[in-house]
Structure formats: C-alpha cells, structure tokens
Ligand binder design. Sequence first.
Ligand SMILES: *[C@@H]1O[C@H](CO)[C@@H](O)[C@H](O)[C@H]1NC(C)=O
Ligand SMILES: *[C@@H]1O[C@H](CO)[C@@H](O)[C@H](O)[C@H]1NC(C)=O
Ligand SMILES: *[C@@H]1O[C@H](CO)[C@@H](O)[C@H](O)[C@H]1NC(C)=O
Ligand SMILES: [Zn+2]
Length: 455
Amino acid sequence: MIHQWIPKPLLLLLIIAILSDLQESKAASFCSKEDQCAVDEEVKQIALPAPIQARYDYTRIYQVELASDEHVRIFQALELASDSCSFMGHARVVGQKLTIMVTAAKVADFDDLVHSYNVTHRVLNHNFQSLIDANYREVAPPGTTPDQFDWKRYYPLENIYAWLESLAKKRSDVVSLVDLGASTQGLPIKGVRIAFGKENLTSVFVESGIHAREWIAPATATYFIDQLLNSEDPAIQELARSQNWLIFPTVNPDGYRYTFEGDRMWRKNRALFGICRGVDLNRNFPFHWNVTGASGDPCRYDYSGPSAGSELETQRIVQFLEQHIQSDRIRTFIALHSYSQMIMFPYGHSAKRVDNYQDLTEIGQLAAQRIKDLSGRIYKSGSIYETIYPSAGGSKDWAHGHLKIPITFSYELRGPADSEDLFILSAKEIEPTAGEAFASLQTIVQEAGKRGYYQ
Ligand SMILES: *[C@@H]1O[C@H](CO)[C@@H](O)[C@H](O)[C@H]1NC(C)=O
Ligand SMILES: *[C@@H]1O[C@H](CO)[C@@H](O)[C@H](O)[C@H]1NC(C)=O
Ligand SMILES: *[C@@H]1O[C@H](CO)[C@@H](O)[C@H](O)[C@H]1NC(C)=O
Ligand SMILES: [Zn+2]
C-alpha cells in the first residue's frame, strides 16, 4: 500500500504524472523522432492479429484428362466426396480435360488417386498462394483517388464506385449514375448510363462481376466506360454515339468485397444458408431454372439458390431490365466473365437453338476473329451449351429467352482454358484483355446493326 507512505498532494501529482505518461505513449504513434517511430511500428505489427483470410499455400492446380467412363465416374464421386478439391466445371464426358484445385493436405492422396487409376495429368501450379500474394500486391492502395484510376492495377469496390460517381459529376451531360438497389448485405449495385443525347437510340446493357473472383471482368467493364467517354479514335466515338450504354461493373458487390477481405477465390453472393454461404447468381435467373449444371447444395460453388430468382442481386437486375427494356430499347446484353477465352450466346440450359442462332453464330465468329487479328489470342465462339458446358439459370438465357433481347453474348475473358492462373490474372493483362474485348464488342454492335437489329 504505497499511498500510505506518500502525502496526499504528492500522490495526486504522481497519478497525474502516470496518466500523462500513458497519454504520451499513446501519442507516440504520431511521434517525430524516427527511431521511436520505427519501434512503435514494430510493436504495432506484432500486436495486430493476423487477418482472417483464406490461404492457398501449396495448394496445387491439376489438369486431368478423363480417358474412360471409369475416370468420369471417379471424378464425379471425388467432387461430391471432398471439399478439399475444387473443380472448375464438372466431370461429364470421356475426352474431357478438367482443372482441379487441390489443397495442400490432400495433395498426396490426390496424386495417389491419379496414379492408381492411370489418369493422365499435369500440375499447372504448385503453390497457388504465391499467385494470390502477387495479385494482392497489384491492388491500388487505399486513398487512391478517382483521378488516379487506371487499368494497370485492380481496384476494390469503393474505388470503382468513387470513380463512377466522379464521372457522373464531371461529365453530367453524358453520364448518369444508376443504382440498381441494395445487395444482400446492403451494398449498392452501382453502374452508369452513358448517353450522348441522340434521340431514340437502342441501348447496350453490360453486366459484369456477377462472379466475384473474376476480377478481370469489373476491370474490363470500367475500361469500356473509359473508352466510350474518352477515346479519341473516331470509330470508337462513333460507336459510343450509336447506342446508349448501361454498364454495371460489379453486380455482386458483397462477393467482390469478400474477395479482397476474406477469400480471393470466392464466387457467389454472401447470403447465409445454414452452415454455408452464397448462391451462384448466374444459376439463379428465373428461366428454366435449375434444370442442369447447378447444385442444390449451398456449400457448392454452383448452388442455384432455394428458388428461381430468390436472390436480391438477381431481382435487382431482373427488375431494372424489365422496367427499362422498352424505354431504353435494350437490344444488346453483354455479360463479362473469366476465364477460358470464349464468346458465347444462349442457350446454356439446353441444346435447343435460339431463333437467331445463325446470326449469333456468325457475329460471334467475327468478334473472335477481330480479337485474333488484334492480339493473336484465340477465343472460341458458339452457344454456351455447345462451347463450355450445360448450365441453367444464367442471366443470358433469361435475357434472351424471357426478355427477348436479341443480341446476347457472354464473354469468358483471358486466360486460356488451360490457364495456370485460373482467375488470378496479372494486372499487366488488364489493358490487353479489356482492349481486345472492347474491339470485339465494337464488332458485335456493328454486325448486329448491319443485320437490322437496332432499327
Ligand atoms: C496406363 O496408360 C498407359 C497409356 O495410356 C497404358 O499403356 C497402360 O497400359 C495403362 N495402365 C493401366 C494399368 O491401365
Ligand atoms: C423518336 O421516337 C418518337 C416516338 O416514336 C418519334 O415521335 C420521334 O420522331 C423520334 N425521333 C427521332 C429523332 O427519330
Ligand atoms: C436443384 O437441382 C439439384 C440438382 O438436380 C437438386 O438436388 C435440387 O433439389 C434442386 N433444387 C430445388 C430447390 O429444386
Ligand atoms: Zn463467371
């Protein structure tokens, strides 16, 4: 009991001294002496808890070739049995190549499996985390302002929205901000309408980022916006003025945010269902919903949801398009995804051909050819069902089949189908990827115009 030894006024002084000392050590984080600052930085780093973020250290990416019915059955069973193996697509047919992400703890078992059944395989990547680390280093730092926005880095949701808002302010004669409404977790779904003012134009609707981890998609959508507004190429200026444009870079904002904060490989929205989260929004649209290529299990990456159009994000897109298809004369619907380098049109839910199959086939081929001429990249074109894999509940099927938007394409952007990087595309690929996509979009609009779709 020290205070019994100290006279009261002195005790008071002592307490004040101790308090002000505490005050000082708090204030020390704003210190001016350099050595002091360095020490405080170190202490802070040790004291902070590690971020709660998914890790992919020594996760491997395998590519396997299914050479027999037995192989198909084995990999179908494996997908159901193990959530340590994330499949890119499903095992379906003999002759198929399949990419599978295998977590470190399962690598030995997986390797044993492919050898036991004589499955031809290739390791595309031995440590996926190193790619993700490099990718996070390509994200623009906090505090990046709208006038610093570019296509050399990736941007979090806040930066993309701030950029859209700044455009709507700076170019208010041409650009208006459109908010489709709130997501599951209450974030706005923002986009822009670009209209240079000619009367009675038809509109192009661009949906992007419905799959959260496909970062190249929002980057490409913002590139489109920038080109339409700022290009000095007369052909692009003419294109920009030939249509009105409704462009939504991140229609799954909750998921996109989660790829920065929680798990770089997240795909779905963030709605909670028991022990798992997320509906694959591109399996949730109310047109032949859930008939093929979707799961009824909320823990799987292609969960179609509890019912057709169950998700807020789906409803926002559906409502907006239904309300605006006439008034905005929406005749073109474009969806941006990655990866695999494909330009596809409906349907995905069945092999049934759309009414204008021939036109869409030809336009798709010309769009792919445009890319080949420009960059040498090979994009496959064709219907979703024939080109990638059967899937129902996609926005394109609904846009074309239900809303009757005649020109409907969906892109799988870079890299190639056997990409070693999956969705983790290096930022130096943003400009070439977005550039070739934009050139091919120009081809789509021109060719559709020639065929009378915009009269
Ligand atoms: C494994 O595959 C190779 C090449 O396809 C073949 O020669 C060999 O007989 C197969 N072995 C078994 C056990 O199936
Ligand atoms: C636009 O459409 C309206 C209604 O159909 C029509 O009255 C008007 O003349 C059109 N304007 C132009 C410039 O074509
Ligand atoms: C959707 O399809 C899957 C796979 O066929 C099925 O298991 C699930 O029950 C279906 N969902 C609903 C709500 O019908
Ligand atoms: Zn996708």
